[in-house]
Design a protein around this ligand. Structure first.
Ligand SMILES: Nc1ncnc2c1ncn2[C@@H]1O[C@H](COP(=O)(O)OP(=O)(O)OP(=O)(O)O)[C@@H](O)[C@H]1O
Ligand SMILES: [Mg+2]
Length: 176
């Protein structure tokens, strides 16, 4: 589903502080499976996830998503793939502080033009599944850590993505 072909990522390329975080990485991430990326701090896991999730581009090498080379796509196409095909649970959750739980969960659906009513139904189902039903109107700043995490997971799933990228979920989490 996702293929990396000789991917290298150099931060500040061409400058005196250039740093190569990934060098010649190749591999395949298969559909319908959970793939775990582990390694010491600083080994490039976050860098790799940002490439896989179309959030940044490699300095060299190619990334394919479902057979299509995405490395050279213009930003607006990349953004479209990111929105439709990927759900992200960020390490620090990145919930929008001024908004309630329901609004946070529905948010990624708006750029895709999904009707509000449909989003609300989907969000309700996800909150139910994650056992946080009843928190819809709660401000996210008032949630416990575990509740914030589940809101972030619900938000990542709202567009029914093909790929869920979960950045450093604790090992107690089982994704289904
Ligand atoms: N924007 C950046 N500019 C320069 N160097 C960077 C940048 N981002 C990351 N790095 C460097 O690239 C290397 C890989 O970083 P990365 O964040 O991918 O590691 P990681 O495996 O996710 O580490 P951790 O387990 O601590 O989260 C590190 O040495 C880091 O200092
Ligand atoms: Mg990291």
């Amino acid at each position: 589903m996702i293929v990396l072909d000789g991917v290298t990522k150099t931060y500040n390329a061409g400058k005196s502080n250039a740093f190569t975080a990934l060098e010649g990485i190749s591999g395949t991430i298969e559909a319908g499976r959970m793939t775990v990326i582990t390694g010491p701090s600083g080994s490039g896991k976050s860098t790799l996830l940002s490439l896989i999730g179309c959030m940044s581009r490699p300095t060299s090498g190619r990334v394919f998503f479902e057979g299509r080379e995405i490395t050279s796509l213009p930003e607006r196409f990349l953004a479209e793939i990111r929105r439709r095909e990927f759900g992200f649970v960020f390490q620090d959750y990145n919930l929008i502080r001024g908004l309630g739980v329901l609004e946070n969960v529905m948010l990624p659906g708006f750029p895709l033009g999904i009707p509000r009513r449909e989003l609300k139904t989907r969000a309700g189902t996800l909150l139910e599944m994650l056992e946080i039903r009843g928190l819809e109107s709660r401000n996210v700043t008032l949630l416990s850590g575990g509740e914030q995490q589940r809101v972030a997971i619900a938000r990542a799933l709202i567009n029914d993505p093909r790929v869920l990228i979960a950045h450093e979920l604790p090992p107690t989490w089982t994704l289904v």
